[in-house]
Write a protein that binds this ligand. Structure first.
Ligand code: CP
Ligand code: NVA
Length: 314
């Protein structure tokens, strides 16, 4: 896929982004192309003048919070940070009532929470677009930024291989779905008992049938990483799983991304991580701070891709 719009653009106004599975390959391609265009245009455009995004956070965030807030500002709009500790939802006000009330004030809602069902319920009762800023199961905005980064470095998705090493978590799920949508081959490598959810693997494989992407799930690190164009990892204990941190350090110790294992990837591989990272655990400092690492481009691309997303759906 070249960074050129090759199909008729569709209006995405009013559309929720809960998972990339709900978006067509063309809609995803449209957002990526738009983001690349916005990144080139240094001059911010007032595309969302007078509009307001509410950002509900039930988990911590650096990148998501700052990139959405700055993105709204650059588009001429405004963003409100709504910590669940401060709003009534945190004291038991129903998700449905929260959605209906916020729809009367805002033009869009971004939410970071635990169960994916919370985001689905919010969207079901909101009259404005709802954007998933991370749940236990998915992180679609991160994957849009990741796909944009792969496109920038590798110029296309077809024939490229992304190898994800680590926990079968929200990142693994969204990377599988996103890769399947754009025709990128994706291998998920996890220790035993930390595989991605089976229904999401089946969903990704079903989507991949249409695009020709190959989706593989394996425990074999060496085989899985072999000839990868992009190697991705994430923390071993995600937000909400901190209690298992020690247990996970021993379960994942053979799955560290280091120079030794990267010798099996293509010589021009890129190293990717959604961040925050734990140097010395899932990745060595030598790798994440090394010449093949694109982690700060990925972080920057969160801003561009979410501006494209907000300008399209709001
Ligand atoms: N990658 C990501 O979503 O980072 P934050 O948790 O800092 O938002
Ligand atoms: N898997 C990580 C991603 C953080 C952006 C988590 O959920 O904590």
């Amino acid at each position: 896929m070249n960074p050129v719009i090759t199909h008729k653009e569709t209006s995405l106004k009013g559309k929720h982004l809960l998972t990339l599975a709900d978006w067509t390959s063309e809609e995803i391609e449209q957002i990526l192309n738009y983001a690349i265009q916005l990144k080139k245009e240094k001059q911010p455009k007032q595309l969302l003048a007078g509009k307001t995004l509410g950002m509900i956070f039930e988990k911590s965030s650096t990148r998501t919070r700052v990139s959405f807030e700055v993105g709204m500002l650059q588009l001429g709009g405004h963003a409100l940070h709504l910590s669940s500790r401060d709003i009534q939802m945190g004291r038991g006000e129903s998700i449905a009532d929260t959605a209906k009330v916020l729809s009367r004030y805002l033009d869009g809602i971004m939410i970071r929470t635990f169960q994916h069902e919370i985001v689905e319920e919010l969207a079901a009762h909101a009259d404005i677009p709802v954007i998933n800023g991370l749940t236990d199961d998915y992180h679609p905005c991160q994957v849009l930024a990741d796909l944009m980064t792969i496109l920038e470095y590798k110029k296309s998705f077809a024939g490229q291989k992304l190898a994800y090493v680590g926990d079968g978590n929200n990142m693994a799920h969204s990377l599988m779905i996103g890769s399947a949508k754009v025709g990128l081959n994706c291998t998920i490598i996890t220790p035993e008992n930390y595989e991605p959810k089976q229904e999401i693997v089946l969903k990704a494989k079903e989507i991949a049938q249409k695009t020709g992407a190959e989706i593989v799930v394996t425990h074999d690190l060496k085989d899985g990483i072999c000839n990868a164009d992009a190697v991705y990892t994430d923390v071993w204990a995600s937000m909400g799983w901190e209690d298992e941190a020690n247990e996970r350090i021993s379960a994942f110790q053979d799955y560290q991304v280091n120079q030794e294992v990267l010798a099996l990837a293509k010589p021009d591989y890129i190293f990717m991580h959604c961040l925050p990272a734990h140097r010395g655990e899932e990745v060595t400092a030598e790798v994440i701070d090394g010449p093949n690492s694109v982690v700060f481009d990925e972080a920057e691309n969160r801003l561009h891709v979410q501006k494209a997303l907000m300008a399209s759906v709001m």
